[in-house]
Design a protein. Structure first.
Length: 277
């Protein structure tokens, strides 16, 4: 679904939700209480700010007695198959997050990837993938990254293991351009990047990708990923443990200025490798 038509679907869902809610004589807070979300969430659904989740759509149908209308609308118009089921909710949470903190042990995070880097990752995972599927996935990832260009963009903090800078994903030119892109984003103060150097040795969350997200009107969440699966954690005790581990990573990582110097140096190394081949 194209970005414009997807937004129109959200707006249709929100308009109908508001109409049915008001006909039922419920406030946003009252409906939110009955479907186990906040009144602010209901307001964001109605204003097409936040994508409604399938389970919430089904509960809205039960409360408003709309005979499955909102669940059918979600399935027909809103579900976006460009993202894996285990990651789709993360994409929506990113759009409303006020702060995102990522640790990447092996791969440049999706929000910082350039198109050539993304294409190389996709092709490595499936050498038989069709070109149009690669472009669809690449476009989706670039759309995700637009949140870092918005006026109301979240605070974005990324810690990259030095390993990420060394692995040549794509050809040498593409890898150098990927690292240049990270440097530019940091210099434009759109992101804060630190590098965890090899010299640290063992470190918290060793080898595990993790993303923490904070929100204005909801508790923080943590996302971790494994092979073709992911875990979105919202239990406060678990999220706090991940936050504590992330704080230890920050303390072990190089300062921002030294990190950018290391990223620039790695980019030059890739460029030199490309010029000698």
């Amino acid at each position: 679904m194209a970005n414009g038509s997807r937004q129109a679907a959200w707006e249709f869902f929100g308009t109908e939700l508001k109409r049915h809610r008001e006909e039922a004589g419920l406030t946003q807070a009252e409906l939110g209480y009955r479907v186990f979300v906040s009144g602010g969430y209901i307001g964001q659904f109605e204003q097409a700010i936040r994508k409604p989740q399938l389970d919430v759509a089904a509960r809205i149908d039960e409360v408003l007695q709309t005979a499955g209308f909102f669940e059918r609308t979600w399935r027909k118009l809103i579900d976006d198959r460009r993202y894996a089921d285990y990651f789709a909710d993360v994409v929506e949470l990113e759009r409303t997050a006020t702060k995102i903190a990522t640790f990447a042990p092996t791969l440049v995070p999706g929000l910082l990837q350039t198109a050539p880097y993304t294409r190389a990752v996709m092709l490595a995972g499936n050498p038989f993938i069709a070109d149009e599927h690669i472009e669809e996935k690449t476009t989706a990832r670039r759309e995700r990254a637009q949140i870092l260009n918005d006026a109301a963009r979240p605070t974005y903090w990324a810690i990259l293991h030095e390993h990420v800078l060394k692995i040549p994903v794509g050809d040498a030119t593409a890898m150098a351009e990927q690292l240049d892109h990270i440097v530019r984003m940091a210099q434009q103060r759109r992101v804060l990047v630190q590098v965890l150097p090899y010299s640290v040795g063992a470190y918290p969350l060793m080898g595990r990708m993790v993303q923490l997200m904070e929100f204005e009107d909801a508790p923080p969440t943590a996302y971790t990923e494994a092979v073709y699966s992911g875990n979105l954690l919202d239990d406060p005790a678990l999220v706090k443990r991940v936050q504590d581990a992330y704080d230890l990573l920050r303390a072990a990582a190089l300062p921002a200025e030294a990190s950018l110097a290391l990223i620039k140096s790695a980019a030059e190394d890739h460029r030199r490798c490309g010029s000698t081949t």
